[in-house]
Every structure is written in C-alpha cells, then in structure tokens.
Design a protein around this ligand. Structure first.
Ligand code: URA
Length: 191
C-alpha cells in the first residue's frame, strides 16, 4: 500500500470514539520518501479544521524550528501524530485511543522506513521510546532501536508556554542536524 491509499483508508477510520467529534482526520504531511519522521501527540483545533498537522501557533513555531536546521515540511521530512483525530478540549490522548490509532502510524512507518524519528514532546516519546520517558531529563538523547535513531525534543506548544526551554531546544536541534548529516545525509541533498 502506498501513502495515498493508506491516507484514503484512514479517512474512514472509526477505531475509537474520537471519530465522533472530529471534523477531519489529520493523517500527515510531507515527503513520504524522506528519512526523517516527526511525530507529535494529536491534532488541536486548527489541525482538526484544516486536516493538516501542526498548523496552529505551535505549528508556526515548529516550521521556524525546522527552518533553523534546513528542514521543510513539504520537502525533506514527514510529519504526523500519535493519534489522527482531535481529543476533545485538547486533552492528552488516552492510552486506549493511542493503541487504537497505532496501526496507522505503524503502516506510515513501514512505508517511510525512517532512519531518524523525532518525537515532539512527552506523549510521543512515551509511546515510541519508552513509557518511563522523562522529557526534561532525556530530551536530545539518541535512542537506538534496531538501527533507527529515536530522538525527542520539547513540544513546540510547551516552548510557547515556557520560553526558558528554548536554549536547550536550540542545542537539541543542532545535535539533530549533526545526526541527520551522519546517518541521513540525503535529507539535505537537492534542497
Ligand atoms: N500538537 C500536536 O501534537 N500535533 C499537532 O498536529 C498540533 C499540535
């Protein structure tokens, strides 16, 4: 199955109750041939309305952060979320919702075959790196899983709430850029 056909089947997903309150399924955006996958937690209000991940204030900041290290959502990364439908009132997605949705992410992962997975925030890192993940202590560290590098940074919405996390995030982004140059240099070719 290719990404477009996967997206089309995801649009009619009713695996969990979040389908009842969604406006749009927020499947993912970016280049399915890229080696770098970024994964957030779940759509917010703007994403639900527009059907694209990270298009609100946090998304604008994410685009700026990506630009610092020559990444672009339409060119050399693929961006998606742990859950594809908005949790009401922007609450954290429940474990049952994450489990119900994980099959879509697994299939996206199998199509992309990323070399680097960047978890955006605690929820994605707990789901994809380890349940005990502590974002304050473990952001910026590289976790190797069967040769794929997993890396977590603060969620852009957390950065909007607490600007004191910015300097650490800048360092993490520069380290991410070095990691990309080492293990996925094709990311920066033909830019
Ligand atoms: N926060 C997320 O984790 N994902 C989005 O798509 C938007 C905000």
């Amino acid at each position: 199955m290719d990404m477009e056909n996967l997206r089309l089947s995801c649009l009619s997903c009713k695996n969990c109750p979040l389908h009842e309150t969604r406006t749009n399924v927020v499947f993912g955006v970016g280049n399915p041939s890229s080696s770098v996958m970024l994964i957030g937690e779940g759509p917010g209000a703007n994403e639900d309305l527009q059907g694209e991940p990270f298009v609100g204030r946090a998304g604008l900041l994410l685009d700026d952060m990506l630009k610092i290290i020559d990444l672009d959502r339409h060119k050399n990364v693929y961006i998606t979320n742990i859950v594809k439908c908005r949790p009401p009132k922007n609450r954290d997605p429940l474990n049952t919702e994450q489990d119900a949705c994980m099959g879509w992410l697994r299939q996206q992962y199998l199509i992309i075959k990323p070399k680097i997975v960047v978890c955006l925030g605690r929820i994605a890192a707990m789901a994809l790196i380890k349940p005990s993940f502590k974002i304050t202590a473990e952001h910026g560290q590289v976790f190797d899983k069967d040769g794929v590098k997993f890396f977590a940074i603060y969620h852009p919405a957390a950065l909007l709430r607490d600007q004191s996390k910015m300097p650490d995030t800048f360092v993490d982004l520069k380290n991410l850029q070095t990691l990309i140059r080492e293990v996925a240099p094709e990311t920066y070719e033909n830019m």
